[in-house]
Design a protein around this ligand. Structure first.
Ligand code: TXA
Ligand code: MG
Length: 314
């Protein structure tokens, strides 16, 4: 199969929506990372997402809808979830909520999870595609499981070329790291994955401390694997200097071969994180990354870097 490369023109978006209706896999831009989309109602299409990504079958997929009013067809909201959705959608926030009995979703989307992950992306191309399609789209990040996440069409094609039906080009992703995932225990919000909305911003919105994700059981966070988001080359984190043979990714005044943000801006650093790692990975040398302050979006960046640097298990 040859992967069709589509633009964000009206005609191409209509074609991409037709492909989704026909059970095909279409990668598309969101404000966080590129997603690999399939019709949520189509078992075969959803199953193909797992096979083309080599994704473990226990790892559920996020459902994407264009507006909160479409989300209520699929999941039961609680008051904290309502508040978060009203404040942060469309945007980089995923909510894990109980599936409605009436919801028409392939069982493979939630896998063995008792909840469904759902979000409303803000990227204009994701919005147009979801509206043209008229339904919900299941989409993990459009990369091979465990590898660096894709923030450009080139990244998508580097992993999935000729394994998926099409990719829609929406340019580089603005946020650059995945959505923050929030689950609920007794209707209280818990952070399952740090991401594009900083912890302190969420805590301010909820006027509460959010329980940290460190000790969540696999039943709540099946996808939080120790090694993930990883380049092929070894990665060393919190590196204060470059060792011989390494390429060095700097931050702020800690400069290197490349710099995530010369001004030490964490929003800029998140936006460039995966693109820089893809670029350095292609040089084929071990990568060292400067310390990133563990605050604001730095918490999500450090989460990605820590997993990217974890040893391979096989
Ligand atoms: O920003 C994002 O969230 C991107 C874009 C494409 O929307 N998507 C994304 O999907 O990052 P993925 O599959 O790469 O990561 C989704 C994470 C996985 O760790 C998965 O385990 C978790 O979300 N997840 C999805 N549904 C879940 C559920 N029902 N229960 C628990 N975890 C869930
Ligand atoms: Mg992913």
């Amino acid at each position: 199969m040859k992967t069709q490369r589509l633009t964000s023109s009206r005609r191409d978006i209509a074609h991409a929506a037709d492909l989704l209706r026909g059970g095909k896999l279409v990668a598309f831009p969101t404000e966080t990372v590129y997603g690999l989309g399939a019709d949520v109602t189509n078992d075969q299409a959803v199953s193909r997402i797992y096979s083309v990504k080599n994704r473990p079958s226990f790892n559920p997929l996020i459902v994407h809808v264009y507006v909160k009013n479409a989300a209520v067809d699929f999941v039961e909201f609680n008051p904290a979830a309502e508040l978060l959705a009203d404040r942060f959608w469309p945007g980089p926030l995923t909510l894990l909520l109980p599936q409605k009995k009436s919801a028409h979703i392939s069982q493979r989307v939630a896998s063995q999870s008792s909840t469904v992950g759902i979000r409303v992306p803000s990227h204009p191309v994701a919005q147009s595609l979801l509206q043209a399609f008229g339904g919900a789209v299941a989409a993990p990040s459009a990369n091979l499981s465990g590898c660096l996440s894709p923030t450009t069409v080139e990244h998508v094609l580097s992993g999935l070329s000729n394994r998926i039906d099409a990719v829609v080009d929406g340019g580089p992703c603005r946020v650059g790291i995945e959505s923050t995932i929030i689950g609920f225990k007794d209707n209280r919000a818990i952070i399952v994955r740090h991401g594009g909305i900083a912890l302190d911003t969420l805590e301010a919105a909820l006027n509460a401390d959010l329980t940290a994700n460190e000790k969540l059981p696999a039943s709540i966070a099946p996808g939080q694997l120790p090694r993930h988001y990883a380049p092929d080359c070894p990665l060393r984190i919190n590196a204060r200097e470059r060792r011989s043979g390494e390429v060095y990714l700097g931050f702020g005044s800690q400069d290197g071969d490349r710099n995530l943000s010369p001004n030490g801006n964490l929003t800029e650093a998140s936006s460039h994180l995966f693109a820089e790692l893809h670029a350095l990975n292609s040089l084929g040398k071990p990568i060292a990354v400067a310390p990133i302050p563990n605050q604001g979006l730095g918490i999500a960046i450090n989460d990605r870097l820590k997993r990217a640097s974890a040893p391979k298990t096989e």
